[in-house]
Design a binder for this molecule. Structure first.
Ligand SMILES: NC(=O)c1ccc[n+]([C@@H]2O[C@H](COP(=O)([O-])OP(=O)(O)OC[C@H]3O[C@@H](n4cnc5c(N)ncnc54)[C@H](OP(=O)(O)O)[C@@H]3O)[C@@H](O)[C@H]2O)c1
Length: 329
């Protein structure tokens, strides 16, 4: 069969059209006769050798594809020959070929209403958009969101899902010609990073408070700067490095968290803004439970006023379980 193969990685490396053996479906795999495959930014990073998890070479490129199941391997229970499917290839590879094998759990049966072209184009970006907004965050209408590279494929999926929730959507692009497209898709404000400072613009657009969620696929210095545009209790999710790997400690932190989509967040009680609606919600929640006994604060020891110094030492001694109280005359 014909396939586009990558044999080496570098800025100048290119995929080559080659004749390669038609793959055989192994246990729990499908053999798909591909009809469409879509390109992702990750493919370009693999080609250039910049991807975090490079596949073994040579490799048939193409992370996502759609077509018809031609044959199933032993143990396939979910699909049969003739099913129209979309898929994300194992190791993000295999799609730029006439046939691909894929583990059944990475295949998605396409309903009649979803065309094969849409099927090939949605898996990576649309599912990523979904998980960013609803698994890594719990997007609600009252949130504001800032999407870097908003004019790209992922940006478009994010805009549509976020607007469907009713969220205010801001974004940035370094390519001004992408602004109309992002606005057409529903973005409320698109900042041209080639002309304006996105931190200032995003802060001004949110009356100084910053945005609740930032989706950063750029990395580099933009990742660092993005923290300055976050609101109190805001969340920044980094999922890419189109502008280059972030440097220093932030790179180490990113590498620890990345494969688990885990988060590191900071906390300061003052960020709950005493007197604000968020603050009062917390106060009401706690008072209700203190009043009906669902919450009790353990008092470990009461100290006489003059024993204030002892109270300090008591806490430092690690001997007490609960709060230490000073009785004030
Ligand atoms: N971690 C994951 O699982 C995961 C999954 C899906 C996507 N992603 C990441 O999400 C991002 C978007 O993916 P996509 O496939 O939808 O791509 P895309 O957004 O359609 O294209 C990449 C964007 O990166 C920006 N960019 C920055 N530096 C660039 C450069 N030197 N050359 C070209 N473009 C540059 C461009 O936006 P401007 O023109 O506006 O600057 C471009 O639109 C990528 O960084 C990708 O790696 C990660």
């Amino acid at each position: 069969m014909r396939a586009f193969v990558l044999r080496s990685v570098s800025e100048s490396a290119e995929v080559e059209l080659a004749e390669v053996p038609k793959p055989e479906p192994g246990p729990e795999q499908l053999l798909v006769k591909n009809q469409y495959a879509a390109l992702n930014w990750a493919d370009t990073q693999i080609r250039r050798g910049l991807y975090g998890n490079l596949p073994n070479l040579p490799v048939v490129m193409g992370a996502e594809f759609a077509g018809v199941v031609e044959r199933t391997g032993p143990g396939v229970t979910e699909f049969c020959a003739g099913d129209r499917v979309a898929a994300i290839g194992q190791h993000y590879c295999g799609g730029f070929a006439e046939y691909a094998t894929v583990p059944q759990e990475r295949a998605i049966r396409l309903p009649e209403a979803v065309s094969t072209t849409q099927g090939a184009a949605f898996p990576v970006t649309a599912l990523t958009a979904y998980h960013l907004l609803f698994s890594a965050f719990s997007l609600r209408p009252e949130h504001s969101i800032l999407i870097h590279a908003i004019g790209g494929a992922l940006g478009s999926a994010l805009i549509q899902l976020a607007k469907d929730v009713g969220t205010r959507v801001l974004g940035t692009t370094y390519s001004p010609h992408k602004i109309p497209l992002a606005k057409e898709a529903g973005a409320d404000l698109v900042i041209d990073r080639s002309q304006a400072d996105f931190v200032q613009e995003a802060t001004a657009a949110t009356n100084g408070s910053g945005v609740d969620l930032i989706i950063d696929s750029l990395g580099g210095d933009t990742l660092w700067r993005s923290f300055d545009a976050l609101a109190s209790f805001g969340t920044l999710i980094n999922l890419g490095e189109a502008e280059g790997w972030p440097q220093g400690e932030v790179r180490k932190l990113r590498d620890v968290l990345h494969s688990r989509s885990a988060a590191f967040r900071c906390y300061d009680l003052e960020a709950a803004e005493p007197g604000s609606a968020r603050w009062r919600k917390g106060v009401d929640y706690i008072l209700e439970r203190l009043a009906d006994g669902r919450l009790k604060v353990t008092i470990a020891k009461e100290f006489a006023f003059q024993d204030c110094v002892d109270m300090f030492h008591a806490l430092e001694s690690r001997q007490f379980l609960g709060k230490l109280l000073l009785k004030i005359p």
